[in-house]
Design a protein around this ligand. Sequence first.
Ligand SMILES: [Zn+2]
Length: 117
Amino acid sequence: MKIMQVRCWEDKASPISGVYITVYVTRPDMGQGHRLLMCMRCGKIYAVNIANELYSKKSVENTMAQYSCLQCQHTLAGCLVDYPACYWWEGGVYQHEIEDRCPPDSDSLLVEMPVIL
Ligand SMILES: [Zn+2]
């Protein structure tokens, strides 16, 4: 699995009242960019290149069946959920409502993530 820099924006999620943690959102744009997935057993985040997913003959499902999670070693098949709609906090999976907003490019940052496809 390649490690690549993925353009992300920071968002705040609140698993319980009064607790805010940073999650990363991507902004897929015109078939470009990445979407993010998370291992629901350990919270490890993975990226999928949207153009590769659209145009490659491989599917994410088939590809991830070949991999084990880099963090918990569990097979990734059937183990990935959309991130940050689901995110990890204190050993559990929580749901985050993603705001439909367009943050400016200047707020973006590059985060190194393993890329599945
Ligand atoms: Zn894992």
